[in-house]
Design a protein around this ligand. Structure first.
Ligand code: SAH
Length: 213
């Protein structure tokens, strides 16, 4: 399988026609080798237009959703970004091309370990095992926060870890369906904008869902 050609087709057929037009975002998707973040037996589908299982009942999102969330953050390269839900590490790798430093938290040790292996060559990504709903207070505040798991509300500690003018994006809703929602911190108030309906695995933690659904 020619992964490079598949990556180019993914950008041309799945991202550009749906409105992903930020050149830097498109370049990140051309560069990051998505297949390396996918379990070996599924690598033939690495560039397909749907999510894939990554173990522990979790999934790597469809490329378009990763792109949509990334583009919404409007990164210029100077930012410190927090990701909740490292999963495969793919979203973190994309962010690392567009921001200065990426901090990413994952609750399953085995997934963090896998992601760390694939991300070994990326020197601006920092990962840790833990409950991401608590944020990463030692590294706060962040210019942008991206939550890649569904939550009924914004985890409270994260609001205090977002800079003035900072952006936070998450799938907000119940366990069946959510609204991808972008928040901007304006003078301490979070202004929200709906992006599109979506379906993510649940955010399980102290300030998310309290159990696997
Ligand atoms: N961003 C990932 C996709 C993640 S799927 C990627 O690019 O592959 C959502 C991930 O969030 C899962 O791996 C899940 O284990 C993790 N997660 C759920 N609740 C969490 C929490 N409270 N803290 C950290 N990670 C959490």
């Amino acid at each position: 399988m020619n992964f490079e050609a598949a990556r180019k087709l993914m950008v041309e057929e799945q991202l550009i026609p749906r409105g992903i037009n930020d050149e830097k975002v498109l370049n990140a998707f051309l560069k990051v080798e998505r297949y390396r973040f996918i379990p070996e037996e599924l690598q033939a589908s690495a560039y397909a237009d749907y999510p894939l299982p990554i173990g522990e009942g979790q999934t790597i999102s469809q490329p378009y959703i990763v792109a949509l969330m990334t583009q919404a953050l409007k990164l210029n390269g100077s930012e410190k970004v927090l990701e909740i839900g490292t999963g495969s590490g793919y979203q973190a790798a994309i962010l690392s091309q567009l921001a200065k430093e990426v901090y990413s938290i994952e609750r399953f040790p085995v997934l963090v370990k896998g992601a760390q292996g694939v991300l070994a060559g990326y020197n601006n990504i920092h990962t840790k095992i833990g409950d991401g709903t608590l944020g990463w207070p030692e590294e706060a505040p962040f210019d942008a926060i991206i939550i890649t798991a569904a939550s009924p509300k914004i985890p409270l500690p994260l609001t205090a870890q977002l800079k003035e003018e900072g952006r936070l994006i998450l799938p907000l809703g119940d366990s069946f369906t959510q609204m991808l929602t972008l928040f901007k911190n304006k003078n301490g108030n979070l202004e929200s904008a709906d992006i599109c309906p979506c379906v993510f695995v649940p955010l399980v933690g102290k300030y998310g869902y309290n159990k696997e659904i």
